[in-house]
Design a binder for this molecule. Structure first.
Ligand SMILES: [Zn+2]
Length: 263
């Protein structure tokens, strides 16, 4: 991995360029993250997508960005000293021993979401996973080139009565699973009256608003997440009733989680 200086970002620690740092306010809780101006919009999009995928906002007092320092225990400048790295919910996502990564509160898709905006996720490090840490690995020109990606996300998709197509089919399948087939929707890809009332009922059960009748992306992701957790609990329960080791259970649970697609 080349250093940020090699990629055209100038000097980091100890001669950090503090005049090029801006504070980005982002996330549902209004995190204040000082980062390099050029990647400000990317950081905001990254935080937004991570929060959506894990179904919970990050804590402002547990999250930070720019810091004029070296990598702990070395004299190599940290990417934080360029304003190219952020740490999110640090206490819940501390640096760990050798892989596989242990407990953390990042979504399963953290690495994939990070890559979307040119970041690398510390939780995927092969030596010592650092799940709180996300660092930008592109050049200044790369950051500029990603601007159109952000523009494309302006209009969030929402399914509503009268819509039809494969996305509605997926929604209907998930609603049927969520309500355990009572009532059972016909999976026909047409968002009609029953799909609407089933959506509203699911939202009420999930405590999302007062049961609005449209299916936002957030709602659909939450639905998938709940189904996933249920699925994993069932797999674990089935295995515990047989004579298998805890390791086997962990592996099966990991496989079950691997099957889930939150994104
Ligand atoms: Zn960090």
């Amino acid at each position: 991995m080349s250093s940020a200086a090699d990629r055209g970002w100038g000097s980091g620690w100890p001669n950090a360029q503090t005049d090029k740092i801006v504070t980005v306010v982002c996330g549902a809780n209004g995190l204040r993250l000082p980062v390099r101006t050029e990647i400000g919009p990317l950081v905001a999009a990254l935080v937004h997508d991570l929060e959506r995928a894990r179904g919970a906002p990050f804590r402002p007092d547990w999250s930070w960005g720019f810091a004029n320092r070296a990598i702990r225990g070395t004299s190599t400048p940290s990417n934080h000293s360029w304003g190219l790295a952020i740490d999110l919910d640090a206490p819940d996502n501390a640096m760990q021993g050798p892989p596989p990564p242990g407990r953390n509160t990042m979504p399963r898709s953290a690495g994939k979401i990070a890559a979307r905006y040119g970041f690398r996720w510390g939780g995927a490090y092969t030596s010592r996973p650092d799940p709180m840490h996300f660092e930008y690995i592109g050049t200044p020109a790369d950051a500029e080139g990603l601007a159109p990606v952000l523009d494309g996300q302006e209009n969030e998709e929402m399914l509503r009565k009268g819509d039809d197509g494969p996305d509605v089919k997926t929604l209907q399948r998930n609603l049927n699973a969520f309500h355990r087939g009572d009532p059972k929707l016909k999976v026909d890809g047409g968002f009609g009256h029953l799909t609407e009332s089933s959506t509203a009922a699911a939202k009420r059960k999930l405590g999302l608003g007062r049961g609005g009748r449209t299916a936002s992306v957030e709602f659909q992701l939450r639905l998938i997440q709940v189904l996933g957790q249920r699925h994993v609990r069932e797999v674990a329960k089935r295995l515990r009733s047989r004579d298998v080791s805890e390791e086997d259970i962990d592996r099966a649970v990991d496989e079950a989680l691997g099957d889930l697609r939150i994104e």
